[in-house]
Design a protein around this ligand. Sequence first.
Ligand code: ASP
Length: 608
Amino acid sequence: MLKTHCCGELRASNEGESVALAGWVHRRRDHGGLIFIDLRDHDGLVQAVFNPKENADAYTVADSCRGEYVLLAKGTVARRPKGTENAQLPTGDIEVRVSEAQVLNPSKTPPFYITEETDVEELLRLKYRYLDLRRETMHQNIVTRHRVVKFIRDFLSERGFTEIETPLLTAPTPEGARDYLVPSRVHAGRFYALPQSPQQFKQLLMVAGFERYFQIARCLRDEDLRADRQPEHTQLDLEMSFISDEEDIFRLAEELYYSMAQTLFPQRPVQAHPFPRMTYEESVRRYGSDKPDVRYGLELSDFSEALRDTEFTVFRQVLASGGMVRGLCVPGGATFSRKQTDDLTTLVQQYGAKGLVSMAFLGEGSIDSLAEEDIRSPVAKYFSVEQAKEMARAAGANRGDMLLMVADRLSVANRALDGLRRELADRLELYDPNVLAFAFVNEYPLLEWSDTEERWMSVHHPFTSPYLEDLEFIESDPGRVRSHAYDLVCNGWELFSGSIRIHRRDVQERMFTALGISPEEAKRKFGHMLEAFEYGAPPHAGIGAGIDRLLAVLTGQPDIREVIAFPKTKSAGEPLTGAPTTVSQQQLDELHIAVTGVEEEVERTGGQ
Ligand code: ASP
């Protein structure tokens, strides 16, 4: 190797050693006579000193260097002069006095600073991702990702899991997104689908007798992108046979995530261990969401009962049409200004709610002694003091607090209040950002009605086992059937989903029928699964656990793009390579593909 040491590894104990270092010029300072270069490599930074009196040639090389030049420097490790040590830097006690230097490759001035965490337009960062990844935080994120994945591999290997790869070119497997398709050259007019997940293959591996499988798998889903979604994401895909119930999966997952946090992120305390468990119904009732952030309270309350005789027309109409009045109590919220509550109203409207009703309780003493003048609300006149007291009690509010309420369809009210809850917790700094609050959510409904598709859809996916005791309702009252699906959440992010699977042909067939899939279609699309279940399929269960999301939570990044080496933009483009690109007519012909409607598309998007 050109180098004997990594830049970041030198310490005072190396004093006097001759070393060869190679890396990038991170910073260069000319101190009239002496040149200091902070040399950076994968491992860290070290200060190299060039003294013209000691070595004129090396000094001339240093003098020609600019930021991001690739430099080879040989010299001796020396203690820094007293008073010039840098306690911020692991190598801050020493410097390397350079006797020989060579530029291995110069560099153009980068389009943004590598040395500072300045705000740079994301498109530019993605176009020059190889430079963006040189920046310390990004570099660390990727290294941390490697450590997490290695931890997972070691942990599971020690527990008897076998890592097995499954195909990328395959038949569609439904996970609720559109498929990415790959045209077949050999079979004209036919397509492979890139897997939305290895779901079917991992179940087939259980039928094949592997009992404990995992894979760090790429999943490809063509769907609208958000902060926690990319066209391709990586998941820990895992499956186990002969589990007796969900607890077997929970215990394994708990040990994996807990020991990972303890080992790799000791500075991040885990809020509760064992992780709390709650049903889907409880999670939505208490937090308005099935991915609750349980680092703080601000739980939701239901005011429909307290408001049964309300005179307030807006509330009365919503209640009469089957909606709900739900809300939460903001501790100390009576001090909120008009502007603050107006901002929160705008926020809930972004989630589809029509408005937000506030009611603050002023004065001293208990809520029982509340008087008319202690109630501050734009709609105070519609409520009796008794009703206000009942509402305060329903939400556990005291004087000095404020209720915020949304009246709407249950799903809209919950969505808006979930958003409101997260915003308030941020504003009021109700949690320690270092804490990791894991929780399991289970007992999801098996099916939900889709107004757009006009049919029942899987809440998880079609291979999830219903509660067998609910199976009798799958035809008559599908919405009532509970499933053995479960999620792990952390700090309000969904970290994994999974389920106990169906392993009997008859149950799987009833499930397909409930989804509106005819026996012919089921046979055509999933005949291999139905058939496999007839050859001694063991009971099995598993999870698909997002690696990108896990990394975003653990490194405190707001978007999974920050923990992926080469992510795509929000419009699924890759600015670095220009993908997706057009292809030659010859390639299209070979693939039996005719492209239509493209001119309009180019016009509409400006070719982007
Ligand atoms: N296949 C599921 C997913 O990708 C996970 C699972 O059920 O194991 O979300």
